[in-house]
Each structure stands twice: as structure tokens, then as C-alpha cells.
Design a protein around this ligand. Structure first.
Ligand SMILES: Nc1nc2c(ncn2[C@@H]2O[C@H](COP(=O)(O)OP(=O)(O)OP(=O)(O)O)[C@@H](O)[C@H]2O)c(=O)[nH]1
Ligand SMILES: [Mg+2]
Length: 315
């Protein structure tokens, strides 16, 4: 919903991160995952990097390029159902300028566009100078990416489409679902193709707090490390800037607002996310109903992640 009144308002054009430090947002164990992936690279014909379509230009892990070396590479921008792809052609053009020629938008929950993966990969592999490829009839592809972008979902979707088989890799709404590095999963019979699932790995040093915040909104960083309150505020800032005002009606706000406290208050009241607090007055204690701000912030994030607050482009 794009409201005419909202379009005329002067929304925040910058977000105040209040001197936050991203260093604390990154779990140390991820270096190990990357090392193990590097060791298995010999066996791999091609890489599929899965990333979130809402952040096509940011948040990818540069360590992948450095550590994983030169292999044919397909960038799958997944969760296209959640992304505002009005300017898809421009996105593809800019990615091509950055050297990314093989890009595919997918929705791995609904198996949209996933059928295109195998033909793209077989083309890529056959046109590349493959080591030991000639005698080898099977394809082995490594799926890499930051946490929670849908790597395991892509594998499951391909199995559904090509083998009519159920889930082989556990999927979940939080980062860090896949723990075992390099589980080899068959996704197709002809051509015989195996995908290696890997755990999500974030860049050890993220380029900026803003990129960290975008990754967090996409669910790549655990919410509690970043803080639901500031994430909800960044989400509100984004929705307003992109004139996505469906939250106004949904939570009965009357009009769009750039003030997170008043928005969360309305969300809490609307959804009954409140608690009683005892207030001491001169004439005795009084119970008042207070909004549960953290619960309201969490609700906002959860609804956004389901795509129910509109499609956005965070980059
Ligand atoms: N809306 C939407 N959700 C998706 C899509 N693909 C995956 N998801 C959801 O995103 C969440 C993460 O999916 P996973 O497949 O576990 O992601 P992953 O990259 O394997 O995550 P880790 O193993 O934790 O690194 C799950 O809740 C999926 O259902 C998609 O195309 N659209
Ligand atoms: Mg996974």
C-alpha cells in the first residue's frame, strides 16, 4: 500500500546507528566452516552462491571469492517473493558490471525458477576448463552463502523437482540451521548431480553497520546480537523510505509514522502484547497497562520476514 499522504512526508533519509559496533555480531566458529569448504573444493565442479534477493549488492562474503578461488559461479538471488524487483533489469546490469554474469532469481519455497538451475550449471561447467572433468560423469556442486538465505531450501527444492523426493536438508527460520559442512545430496538423476550443502558463513569483517543491519533484517545474524528494537526501527525507516505503508492499516495507525516508539506502542496495543505494571502513587499502588515493546518489535520483524509488510529492496 502506498499512501499519497505518506509520499509527501519527509522521512528520515539517514539512519542513526548510535555508534554500534558490528564486531560483536559475528560468531567466531564460521572460519572453521570456510576452511572445511576450502578443503573440499578439489571435488567441486561449480559453485552456487545463494544470497538474499533483497540485498543483491551487499552482505556477500568476500572471503568466498578469495578462499574458494576460481570456479564457475552461479549467483542465486533467493526469496524473490520478498524482494521489490521493479528494477530487476537495472539490478542485473549492475551485477554484470561487477563481474556477475550468471544470476538467477528464485523462490525455493514455491520452486519458482529453480528448474533453470541445472541447465545453467551444466552450461557453465561444459564451457569452463574443467580439471579431471572428461572422465567424470557426475556433477558435484557446492552451495555457499551467508546464513539463512535458503541454501538448504534450494537443495530440497531441486530434489522435489527432479527426483520427486522429500527434504534432505533441514531448513529453518534462523541462521545456523545447517551445521555439518558438506553433506552430499543427490538432486538429479540425468544428469547425475550432487550438491554439497554448507553452513552459512558471514564475512569476518562486515563492510559497515548498515550492511550488518540489512543482513540482520534478512535473518542472517541472530536478532538478539543486534537487538530487536534497533532492527525494528531500521525496518520502519526502510518501509517509510520505500513508501511501503501497509503497516499503517494492519496495525491501525491512522497515518504513517517515523517514530518507532509510537509505532511499537500501537502494535503492542493492537495485538494485546501488553503487561501490567504497578505504579506507586501517593494514594496507593495502581496497575497500568504498559506496551511490551520487545514483543511488538519482534512481531514487526516476524511479519516483515513473512512478506506481509510488502516487498522491499534493502540495497
Ligand atoms: N519467503 C521465502 N522464504 C524462503 C525461501 N527460501 C527459503 N526460505 C526460508 O528461509 C529460511 C532459511 O532457509 P534455509 O534453507 O534453512 O537457509 P540456509 O541458507 O540453509 O540457512 P543456514 O543453514 O542456517 O545457513 C527458512 O525459513 C525457509 O523456509 C524463498 O524463496 N522465499
Ligand atoms: Mg542450511
Amino acid at each position: 500500500m502506498r499512501l499519497a499522504a505518506g509520499a509527501l512526508r519527509a522521512w528520515r533519509q539517514r539512519f542513526d546507528f548510535g555508534g554500534r559496533d558490528v564486531a560483536a555480531w559475528f560468531p567466531g566458529h564460521m572460519a572453521k566452516g570456510l576452511r572445511q569448504m576450502k578443503e573440499s573444493l578439489r571435488k567441486v565442479d561449480c559453485l552456487i552462491e545463494v544470497h538474499d534477493a533483497r540485498i543483491p549488492f551487499s552482505g556477500r562474503n568476500p572471503a568466498f571469492q578469495e578462499a574458494l578461488g576460481i570456479r564457475p559461479h552461479l549467483l542465486v538471488l533467493n526469496k524473490m517473493d520478498l524482494a521489490d524487483l521493479t528494477h530487476k533489469a537495472k539490478i542485473l546490469e549492475r551485477l554484470e558490471q561487477e563481474g556477475l554474469k550468471n544470476v538467477l532469481f528464485t523462490n525455493c519455497v514455491k520452486d519458482e525458477n529453480v528448474k533453470k538451475v541445472i541447465p545453467l550449471i551444466t552450461d557453465l561447467v561444459s564451457s569452463s576448463q574443467r580439471y579431471q572433468r572428461a572422465e567424470n560423469v557426475e556433477y558435484c556442486i557446492m552451495v555457499i552463502g551467508v546464513p539463512n538465505v535458503g541454501k538448504s531450501s534450494l537443495i530440497n527444492s531441486m530434489r522435489r523437482l527432479h527426483l520427486k523426493k522429500g527434504k534432505a536438508s533441514r531448513v529453518g527460520g534462523e541462521p545456523g540451521i545447517t551445521k555439518a559442512v558438506l553433506t552430499r545430496i543427490q538432486v538429479s538423476e540425468r544428469p547425475l548431480m550432487y550438491l554439497l550443502d554448507t553452513p552459512g558463513v558471514l564475512a569476518p569483517r562486515i563492510e559497515s553497520v548498515e550492511t550488518g543491519m540489512k543482513l540482520a533484517l534478512c535473518g542472517a545474524i541472530r536478532d538478539h546480537l543486534v537487538g530487536e528494537d534497533v532492527m525494528a526501527d531500521y525496518l520502519l525507516y526502510t518501509l517509510n523510505k520505500q513508501q511501503q505503508f501497509s503497516y499503517v492499516e494492519r496495525y491501525g495507525l491512522g497515518e504513517p509514522s517515523d517514530d518507532i516508539e509510537s509505532v511499537l506502542k500501537r502494535v503492542a496495543m493492537k495485538l494485546g502484547k501488553t503487561h501490567k505494571v504497578k505504579v506507586l502513587t501517593g494514594t496507593g499502588d495502581v496497575n497500568v497497562i504498559a506496551p511490551d515493546y520487545p514483543a511488538a518489535a519482534y512481531e514487526l520483524l516476524r511479519t516483515f520476514r513473512k512478506g506481509e509488510l510488502g516487498q522491499v529492496l534493502l540495497d
